[in-house]
Design a protein around this ligand. Structure first.
Ligand SMILES: Cc1cc2nc3c(=O)[nH]c(=O)nc-3n(C[C@H](O)[C@H](O)[C@H](O)COP(=O)(O)OP(=O)(O)OC[C@H]3O[C@@H](n4cnc5c(N)ncnc54)[C@H](O)[C@@H]3O)c2cc1C
Length: 383
């Protein structure tokens, strides 16, 4: 008998487990993959509260502290190299200056960086692209393909997590005061509460609930270069003009509305939801992305399983206009999907009192999950 069964070992499920275990609860975590393979391992690994709206920035700032704290105990691949937003024209300069003031007034460290200093710090950055930058020194990166596995191992070995990999939950039943969670391989787990963090997997449990949830799925295309030469360093998270024009944080800037209204709507950036981000991985390769295509949760197959090579070529061309990497030879291409609410920050629903669905955290899961999960565990268990 467990206090809590968590379904889904992505970042949202794993951090719910982490905080529940730290509160002394007996926790089972059930993951359908041998290892999680959803959005949590397919992303950039940028932990960037600076890009979020005020409410999620505060979750993000608390998450930075949680990642740093865990780093004191185990190597989660966290690196504190900061985030930079690179402005390419006068409008984007205006927006980063306004975001700088907003963050200074909130006590969140942010530094404006001159064109010359951007060129000095970010090797290969093109002088014909950059006008200036806004740097957030507190922000982190993680290696998404490693971090979650290390966190799960740590919780099993040091915090007594009971972990069931390769186990797909197909039903949860509340028979009075106990929830029985049944898996496809016939395993039954009993617990007081269940938290379902299923990412964008909507077909197995509660499909009719998800069909009515108002959630949508976003499909993002990504690529990763071969390792750059050993002497090449691109520190931290690099976000560019498209991100300045896209990220929620900038919506608070007074000039955001007027600038957006001037934008043409018939561009390929808009059609494919492309903005260019870079992050150098620990092996020296550079991850480049991304694009966004959307479908309703109930019609997610419409997004298809192919990588669209026109989008891929467009992203590559745009990336080359920003940074001259020593090599643009691509080692891997993939896509990831995440669920998000069309009208809300995240999807939460309680079924039969003690079965709690938490998903649809959108593009902010690596940044917001650690702190959000902490608050949710405290609420659900009255801690
Ligand atoms: C390409 C891309 C780039 C991104 N970049 C960033 C970034 O840089 N920074 C950032 O903050 N966010 C980023 N995100 C968003 C972030 O990755 C997601 O918000 C986050 O990973 C969602 O975590 P999750 O746990 O909700 O879902 P997932 O990671 O999808 O995990 C859900 C898990 O549940 C399991 N599961 C589902 N159903 C069952 C079942 N019935 N039984 C057992 N197990 C089940 C699945 O196998 C899966 O492992 C990005 C996303 C993508 C796709």
């Amino acid at each position: 008998m467990f206090d809590l069964t968590i379904i889904g070992g992505g970042v949202l499920g794993a951090f719910h487990a982490y905080h529940a275990l730290n509160s002394g609860l007996k926790v089972a975590l059930v993951e359908k993959g041998n290892r999680p393979q959803g959005a949590t391992i397919r992303n950039f690994g940028q932990v960037i509260p600076s890009g979020m709206n005020a409410r999620w920035q505060s979750y993000g700032r608390e998450s930075l502290a949680i990642y740093n704290d865990i780093m004191g105990k185990i190597d989660l691949t966290v690196r504190k190299q900061g985030t930079v937003y690179l402005a390419s024209d006068a409008e984007e300069m205006q927006l980063i200056e306004e975001l700088h003031s907003i963050n200074v007034s909130r006590g969140y460290t942010a530094d404006l960086v001159s064109k010359q200093n951007c060129l000095k710090k970010y090797s290969g950055l093109r002088a014909d692209y950059i006008e200036g930058g806004l740097f957030f020194p507190e922000e982190l990166t993680v290696e998404p393909r490693v971090m979650i596995y290390r966190l799960l191992d740590y919780m099993v070995n040091e915090l007594s997590l009971t972990y069931y990999p390769s186990t797909t939950v197909i039903a949860c039943e509340n028979n009075g005061s106990v929830i029985t969670t049944t898996s496809a391989c016939g395993k039954n787990l009993k617990s007081d509460k269940v938290i379902l963090c299923n990412g964008s997997e909507f077909k197995t449990l509660y499909p009719s609930v998800f069909n009515k949830s108002g959630m949508e799925i976003s499909k993002l295309q990504m690529m990763q270069t071969k390792p750059q030469p050993k002497s090449y360093h691109l520190p931290g998270s690099i976000l560019t003009g498209g991100s300045i024009r896209r990220y929620e944080a900038f919506q608070e800037c007074p000039s955001y509305g007027p600038i957006k209204r001037k934008e043409a709507n018939d561009t390929l950036e808009k059609k494919w939801g492309v903005h260019i981000l870079f992050k150098q991985a620990m092996d020296g390769s550079v991850i480049i992305g991304d694009s966004h295509q959307y479908a309703d949760a109930r019609n997610s197959e419409e997004l298809g399983f192919d990588l669209d090579m026109d989008i891929d070529q467009f992203m590559l061309q745009k990336a080359k206009e920003i940074i001259n990497l020593p090599t643009y030879k691509i080692a891997y291409r993939w896509y990831g999907t995440y669920a998000q609410c069309k009208n809300g920050e995240l999807y939460k629903k309680t079924i039969d009192e003690n079965i709690h669905i938490v998903t649809g955290i959108g593009g902010k899961g690596m940044t917001g999950s650690p702190a959000y999960a902490k608050e949710n565990i405290e609420k659900l268990f009255n801690l």
